[in-house]
Design a binder for this molecule. Structure first.
Ligand SMILES: [Zn+2]
Length: 393
């Protein structure tokens, strides 16, 4: 059956429109995996400002050079990239290559959809909370598909770290589509499990990117969200985000870190070694509540986060976490627990001061020189000096 062989292996030499004549079962008989990208025509819903053939224009997405990239400004979750073919293709795998810099511009969530009329689209693959471990990394995603389509779309609905808006850039080094014989088709497992937890008006999206941390760690972090997030919001910032995200993320190294959009990334290696240190979540959630935009020095930001962890933490004692007693050589600018203990001492003597400190920092009215003087009658160095001479809580 020559036409069948033709449509599946040697597209360019076909002359009888065999794809349309054969039914879809025939199309699955492709005998050899092949990259069909070059026979498609790329269109994008949002072009680089310098045009398709500009230095970072859409043509770079399919030029088969992984070190060039397609970049757009003002990331739009509805935007898409589309490859259209003169004949139906039975695509069952694709590769994406991350850009050469700026990991935060990488795609994180996307769908692959397909159509024959350009109007009705079916979803063939969807990914959430994906990540690229290094620059110009090519990752392959397999799915099962036995039908031929003329149009394939890649719709990226989220970029790395969950940031959206006018200042967010999107970039991708390469996108390639592969035909795969049916008997060789496989399914790339999801890269994450995603769970939604509701507590009153607050929602936590808990994402585990296929790590093997103990279930008790997950339960403890979720418990901290349920019991503590609302408390911090009510105390410091009633307008804080109502939806937040925890990601147990093997690509994050550290302990934990908070990003814009209410996203906290946790290092699974740390929690495997320290499975009881669950009020890290209480500290990080305070950063979401703080929502500072440069209005405070780091020692205030981190001192208040540990102050809050000390105030409402659920398992500090179990984790052997506490505020260290004052020792010579410390300074309030040391941040974290050392500053937190100073803040506890201040709050005892000036009830409500920490709420005022947080408000000043969040509203960009905090000033190292003026804040302490106006609230306590002393500057921060005088207060610290008083603390060092009588650090009893
Ligand atoms: Zn912190």
């Amino acid at each position: 059956m020559a036409p069948l062989f033709c449509v599946l292996v040697a597209h360019s030499s076909c002359s009888k429109g065999t794809a349309a004549q054969n039914n879809t079962t025939d199309l699955t008989s492709t005998v050899k995996e092949q990259d069909v990208t070059a026979s498609g025509t790329l269109t994008v819903s949002r072009e680089n400002t310098s045009g398709a053939n500009g230095k970072e224009g859409s043509s770079k997405l399919v030029d088969n050079i992984t070190t060039t990239k397609f970049l757009t400004y003002s990331f739009d979750a509805a935007s898409y990239m589309q490859l259209s073919f003169p004949k139906e293709q039975v695509v069952a795998a694709y590769t994406l290559t991350s850009g050469d810099d700026a990991q935060e511009r990488d795609p994180r969530d996307w769908k692959i959809t397909a159509s024959n009329d350009g109007t009705n689209w079916v979803q063939l693959d969807a990914r959430e909370y994906e990540a690229f471990g290094f620059r110009t990394q090519t990752k392959r995603f397999n799915f099962k598909n036995t039908k031929g389509y003329k149009h394939y779309r890649l719709n990226v609905s989220g970029v790395s770290q969950n940031r959206t808006g006018a200042n967010v850039l999107f970039q991708l080094g390469e996108w390639r589509l592969l035909e795969v014989p049916e008997k060789e088709q496989t399914l790339t497992p999801a890269s994450a499990t995603v769970e939604t937890i509701k507590e009153g008006k607050y929602t936590l999206t808990y994402v585990d990117r296929n790590t093997d941390v103990l279930p008790s760690v997950k339960a403890g972090l979720i418990d901290a969200f349920k019991k503590n997030y609302g408390k911090s919001v009510d105390t410091y910032n009633p307008n804080a985000l109502t939806s937040i995200t925890f990601i147990m993320d093997p690509d994050y190294k550290g302990v934990a870190a908070t990003y814009g959009g209410g996203v906290v990334r946790y290092d699974p290696a740390y929690f495997k070694a320290n499975p009881l240190d669950l009020d890290v979540a209480t500290h990080e959630m305070m950063h979401i509540v703080q929502a500072y935009s440069g209005g405070a020095p780091g020692w205030v930001t981190e001192g208040l986060a540990d102050y809050e962890r000390n105030r409402i933490g659920l398992s500090n004692a179990t984790a052997k976490w506490s505020l260290p007693n004052y020792q010579a050589g410390q300074n309030y600018t040391d941040a974290y627990r050392i500053t937190a203990r100073f803040f506890v001492w201040l709050e005892i003597r000036n009830p409500g001061l920490m709420v005022k400190l947080n408000t000043a920092a969040r509203t960009n009215t905090y000033n190292n020189g003026a804040f302490w003087q106006s609230e306590t009658g002393k500057n921060v160095d005088q207060l610290w000096s008083d603390y060092t001479q009588n650090p009893i809580l």
